[in-house]
Design a protein around this ligand. Sequence first.
Ligand code: PLP
Length: 448
Amino acid sequence: MHFIKNNAIVVTKTPHTAEEFIQKKIELLTDEAEPFFAVDLEDVCNKHIRWLTLMPRVTPHYAVKCNDDINVIKLLAYLGAGFDCASKGEIKKVMDLGVSSDRIIYANPCKQSSFIRYAQEVGVEVMTFDNKQELLKIKQVYPNAKLVLRIVTDDSNAVCRFSMKFGADMKTAHELIEKAQEIDMEVIGVSFHCGSGQMTSKAFVDAIQNARIIMNYGIKLGFNMHLLDIGGGFPGNIGTEDYFAEIAGAVNRALDEHFPDDGTVRIIAEPGRYYVASAYTLATNIIASREMIEPETGNAKYMYYINDGVYGSFNCVLYDHYVPVPSLFAKNASNDKYTSSIWGPTCDGLDCINTTIELPKLEIGDWMYWKNMGAYTISAAVQFNGLPFGKPLYFMSKQFWDTVKAAFLTVPRKYQADTSAIRLNSTDCSNEVEDDMLPWLPEDIAED
Ligand code: PLP
C-alpha cells in the first residue's frame, strides 16, 4: 500500500481494518509524523445500508455539524442521503457539491437573518423554528419559507442535552401554530431532537406521539402537515449496533401507530454520530513522557504527551463528555501496567485526554490509536498553540465500492445528488497507482 499524502483516498484491492491500515501507514513513515485519522469509508456505507434496512420509512438527513468532512458529505450525497445544515456555511458546503436545495433542511431553530436570506436565495425552503420571535423574523425575511415546528423532548437520558435551549413545550407549540396561521406562515411539519447520544428508545416513542398531537392540531387549523423530522441522537460507536436496532424497532412501531404509511407524511431524521462515530480511528504519537516515583510506595507513574489534544481531535472530551481509551499495537502489549495519564500537546493544563489509565510502559515515538473518533471531533478542532490535529486519510476496498455502486444505482434518482457534480478534488487523491491501490477516481463516482 502506498501513501502519497494525508487526505488521500486509498482504494485497496481487499478490505482492511483500521488497525491494519494504520499499521501500514506507520511502517512507511521515515520520520516522526503528525496525527492522522484512518477513515473507513466502507463503515459509512454500511451504516447507510443498515439505516435503510432497519428504518426504511425514514430518510436520513446527515447532520453536517457532527463531522463536516468533505469526503463523507460527498459519499453520503452519492448514496442518496439528505442533509441537516445549521448555518449558511454548511448549506454552502453541501450545495457546492451539487446537492439540490430540496435535500436540505435548515435545522437550527434560532437563525441569523442574513443566513435565512441566504437560504431563500439558494432555495432551501424548509427550516425549523421553536418560538414566536423566530416565527416573526422568518415572516419578515423569508415569508414563503416552509416551517417545521421543533418541540421539546425528554432528553434526560442523553449524553448531550438540548432541551434547555431548544424546543417548544406542548402548550407553546399549540400557540405557535395559531400564531403562524394568524400571520399567514406555512407550517408543514414537526421536528424534535431527543438529545445527542440518547440512551432510551422511549424518548423517541414519546416524542413521535407528541408530534402527532401537534400535527393534528395543525391539520385542524388548515395546514398541510406533511413532514415529520425525528432528529438525531442515534448511537454510532462500535458495539452499539443492537442498541440502534432496538431504537429503530421502537421508532418503526411508533410511526406505524401514529403515522401509518399512507403517503401523507414524509418522515426524515437528522443522524450525525450514527454515520461517522465508528468510521474514524485516530492515530497519535507519543511526543514526550514524564516518569514520577511515588515517594511512599516507590511505584512509578507515567504521564504521556501525545500530538493531538482536546483543542484538536479530542475536543469530544469537552463537548461530548467522551472518555477516550487508547488501543496499543501488539509490541506494546506487555503485562506490566502502570498508572498513567495522557495529555495533549498544548501548553494548557486543561488539555488532558485521560486522567487515569493503566498502561504498559510506553516510549517516546510509540503510536497509539483511538477508536470511535468520528463524531464531534474534527468539526470543532482548532490549531490552538499553532499545533496541527489529525488529518483524515480514507480507505475503502475496490471490491466493496464496486458492490455499493451497483447496489445504489437502483436508488431512485430523485434521492441522489447530481453525480456529475460530485467530484473529488484533484488534490484529494493521487494519480500514482501502486499494485495494491487504486485512487478513488472522480470517474468512478460519476459512473452511472
Ligand atoms: N440535529 C440537530 C438540530 C442537532 O443539534 C444535532 C446535534 O447537535 C444533530 C441533529 C445530530 O445529533 P446526533 O449527532 O446525536 O445524531
